[in-house]
Design a binder for this molecule. Sequence first.
Ligand code: NAD
Length: 372
Amino acid sequence: MTTTRHVLITPGDGIGPEVMAEVKKIIAWINDENLSHLQVTECPIGGASIDAHGVPVTDETIELGKKADCVLLGAVGGPKWNDVDYAIRPEAGLLKIRKELGLFANLRPAIVFDALIAASTLKPEIVRGLDIMIVRELTGGVYFGEPRGIFNMPNGERQGVNTQTYTTSEIHRVARVAFDLARKRNNKVCSCEKANVMESGKLWREEVTKLHVDYADVELTHMYADNCAMQLLRNPHQFDVIVTDNLFGDILSDEASMLTGSLGMLPSASLGERDKSGHQNALYEPVHGSAPDIAGQNKANPLAAILSFAMALRFSLDLPALADHIDAAARNVLDKGLRTADIMAEGCTLLSTSEMGDAIINELKTQVKKAA
Ligand code: NAD
């Protein structure tokens, strides 16, 4: 008997609904082919939720997100809501659902597809075949630490304060995610901090080293975050999984993603703690935003959203073979020279958003037939 898995789709704004329409097509195909049974619920988020409910995310959506096996999000925001009060801006909806679901680990793969190698600003020999996973701590560190604020000092100056704090349990849970991932990849973790100048970094290094006892089969290295920023450009192939804090992860994951050169291709996952029953809150979303400049034109690249769905199949829905098929389908479509406008190159065929979704499904049909 096929297990029913529950997926909450929050398409959001701008190109969000357009790219998620292609994900929904793939889900419908999976169900039609009886490859699994994915039950989809859909809720607005961001500007769409402000329009429908007056808030960027409702409590009901958050509860559905907690119950679902995973949440698939499009993108939020757009000029229509620019003048809305900061606390109920579309982006606040995204922050709230991440917080309420306790999503402490953000996974951002940086994969260079051979067919898109020219899109990178780095030399092909540096980035060819690149496959790095950055694990960023998402709910602690300097973005959340107290005290914070802008204070008036007795001498009349103003002082801006943010506080970097990490506890052992915060470090252990994100490091565990990195070690577990490495075991399914090339078995290497590089942990990045600034232990040379920050106590929180020193603790980070000590605790990751302690935890490594449970993962002796995984190779662990430590690197100062500034050196990591340099090494990502000099010799990115040395990395498999990088684990780091919220601030350094913000910067290093953006840097790593640009090795690939194309915003429309970048997926991401955010994971919460696994409870005793085995359930883990998880949210998958493309890295890009709602792209208001091309919204409604059937021009957006749906591959980042589709590859995010592949990550959901792998990490939350226990369907890794289907995830592999989607990754291979994306690679084959690009190898055939099929492109949306953002990754268009000479001699290639220009596809719309929906045509790209159809091309992926055609490839999936071939893949699944081959595997049968
Ligand atoms: P953006 O990522 O939406 O767009 C940047 C540029 O990349 C634009 O030129 C856009 O056309 C292009 N682009 C992005 N995704 C693409 C795709 N899939 N296919 C083809 N081209 C693509 O960033 P922005 O313009 O800075 O922000 C626009 C809105 O999105 C803002 O309201 C911002 O707050 C929001 N935003 C949301 C998220 C999110 O939902 N996670 C992330 C970033 C920005």
